[in-house]
Design a protein around this ligand. Structure first.
Ligand code: FAD
Length: 358
C-alpha cells in the first residue's frame, strides 16, 4: 500500500483482518498534527469476527474511528485511534518517511519504487495516497488529476469557552449562509469522550481565488496544497478577521479565536469523479479514488466503505489471477457509490460560486 493516513490505516486494518501480510509506505513522519473536524456517520460500537477466523471479536473499523460515538470528531483523534489499532495488528508493517516515486505491474505482481530506488513488490498494490495520488496515474492515465473547484475552505478549531454565544441544544454541525456573498459556514462540536470537547469551523469561501493563486496553492486547474498557520499571509488573516466581524455570534467568536492565534488551514477544494478504481493488480481507495467537496461530509466515510469492501474481497486470497479478479470486483462494487458521492457535492460548489457572482 501507498499512504498511511485515515483511509490507508483503515484499509491496512481491514486487509490484516483477512489474513493478508500488509506493507505500507508513507512519505510523512509517523507523528502528525493537523486537521480539524470530521463528521463520522457510523460506528455505534458494533463488533465483528475477524475474516481470517482468528482471535476474539473486534470492533468494526467505523467503531474504532468513532470509539462507539458517531458524530463530529477531531481529525487528530480519529488518526490516533486508527494508528493505535493498526499498531496492534501483527500483520501490518508501516514504513514512514519513504516516498514512492514510481508504480508498475506485470502478469504476476505489482511494485512501488521509492525515491532511493528500492523496489517493494507484492501480489496487489493499493493507493491510499490522497487527492494528488501517484497511484491513480497508473489506474487511469488519461484522467489522472483532481480539478480545482474554484473555492476554498478555511478551517480551524477553538476551545469550548471561546463562544459564549453558543446555546446548548444548538450544537450539532450547524450551517449558515453568510451575509455579503461571503459563502457558507459550518460549526461543529466534537463529541469526543477521551479529550476536551471543542468546536471546529469550516468556512466555504468563494472569494479567495486570487490569493490562493498568488500563494502558489492553486496553479491552473490544480489544487496543489493547503496553506497552514504561518503560511497564510498576515494581510489575509486581517481580511478574514474584518469579514468575520460582520457575522452573528457565535460564529464570529469561534473564527476570531483561531484567526488571532494564526491557527487556520486554507484548502483549495479539489474534486475528482473517478472513471475507474482498478487496473490489473493496482487499485485506489479514499481520496486517491474520489475527491468530493468537504460539504458532502462523506469523503472519509466512503473511504471506510472502500476499505471494508477490499477487506471482504481479499479474504479469498490475492495470489495469481485471484488478485486481478478481486480488484475487478472491487471496482464493480464501489465505482457508482464513489461517483455519486462526488457529484452530490458539485451542485453546492456551483451555487456557492453563483451566489458570489450575483
Ligand atoms: C475541511 C475538510 C473537512 C472534511 N470533513 C469530512 C467529514 O465531515 N466527513 C468525512 O467523511 N470526510 C470529510 N473530509 C474528507 C476526509 O478528510 C478525507 O476524505 C480523508 O481524510 C482522506 O484520507 P486519505 O487517507 O484518503 O487521504 P490523505 O489524508 O490525503 O492521505 C494520503 C497519504 O498518502 C501519503 N502519500 C501521498 N503520496 C505519497 C507517495 N508518493 N509516497 C508515500 N506516501 C504518499 C501522504 O503523505 C498522506 O499521508 C473532509 C475534508 C476536508 C478537507
Amino acid at each position: 500500500m501507498v499512504g498511511a493516513l485515515l483511509a490507508g490505516l483503515a484499509l491496512s486494518i481491514s486487509l490484516a483482518r483477512s489474513g493478508l501480510a500488509v506493507t505500507v509506505i508513507e512519505r510523512a513522519m509517523e507523528k502528525r498534527n493537523g486537521g480539524t473536524g470530521l463528521r463520522l456517520w457510523g460506528g455505534m460500537g458494533e463488533s465483528v469476527q475477524r475474516r481470517d477466523g482468528s482471535g476474539p471479536r473486534v470492533p468494526t473499523i467505523a467503531s474504532i474511528a468513532s470509539a462507539g460515538v458517531p458524530g463530529p470528531e477531531g481529525w487528530a483523534t480519529v488518526l490516533r485511534r486508527l494508528s493505535a489499532a493498526a499498531a496492534d495488528e501483527p500483520g501490518i508493517s508501516i514504513h514512514y518517511e519513504i516516498e514512492v516515486a514510481q508504480i508498475g505491474q506485470d502478469a504476476d505482481s505489482a511494485w512501488a519504487t521509492d525515491t532511493t530506488g528500492t523496489v517493494h513488490a507484492a501480489d496487489i498494490l493499493l493507493g491510499a495516497d490522497g487527492h494528488r495520488s501517484l497511484v491513480r496515474r497508473s489506474v487511469d492515465p488519461e484522467h489522472p488529476d483532481a480539478t480545482y473547484a474554484g473555492y476554498a475552505i478555511w478551517t480551524g478549531k477553538a476551545p469550548y469557552d471561546a463562544a459564549p454565544g453558543w446555546q446548548e441544544g444548538y450544537n450539532y454541525m450547524n450551517m449558515i449562509t453568510l451575509p455579503n456573498g461571503d459563502g457558507a459556514m459550518i460549526v461543529g462540536e466534537t463529541q469526543t469522550n477521551d479529550e476536551p470537547r471543542r468546536y471546529f469551523w469550516q468556512w466555504y469561501d468563494p472569494t479567495s481565488d486570487d490569493y490562493l493563486r498568488e500563494a502558489g496553492a492553486v496553479v491552473g486547474k490544480v489544487s496543489r496544497y493547503s496553506l497552514v498557520n504561518e503560511n497564510i499571509a498576515g494581510s489575509k488573516y486581517d481580511d478574514i478577521r474584518r469579514r468575520a466581524a460582520h457575522w452573528p455570534a457565535p460564529w464570529d467568536d469561534i473564527v476570531r479565536h483561531s484567526v488571532e492565534r494564526h491557527n487556520v488551514i486554507a484548502t483549495p477544494i479539489a474534486e475528482y469523479v473517478p472513471r475507474r478504481l482498478a487496473r490489473g493488480r493496482i487499485a485506489i481507495i479514499g481520496d486517491a479514488a474520489h475527491v468530493p467537496s468537504p460539504m458532502t461530509g462523506a469523503g472519509f466515510d466512503t473511504g471506510l466503505g472502500d476499505a471494508e469492501t477490499l477487506g471482504e474481497l481479499t479474504s479469498h486470497g490475492v495470489i495469481g489471477e485471484q488478485g486481478r479478479k478481486v480488484l475487478r470486483a472491487y471496482e464493480k462494487q464501489r465505482l457508482r457509490t464513489a461517483q455519486r458521492m462526488v457529484r452530490s457535492g458539485q451542485g453546492f460548489g456551483q451555487n456557492l460560486l453563483e451566489g458570489t457572482n450575483n
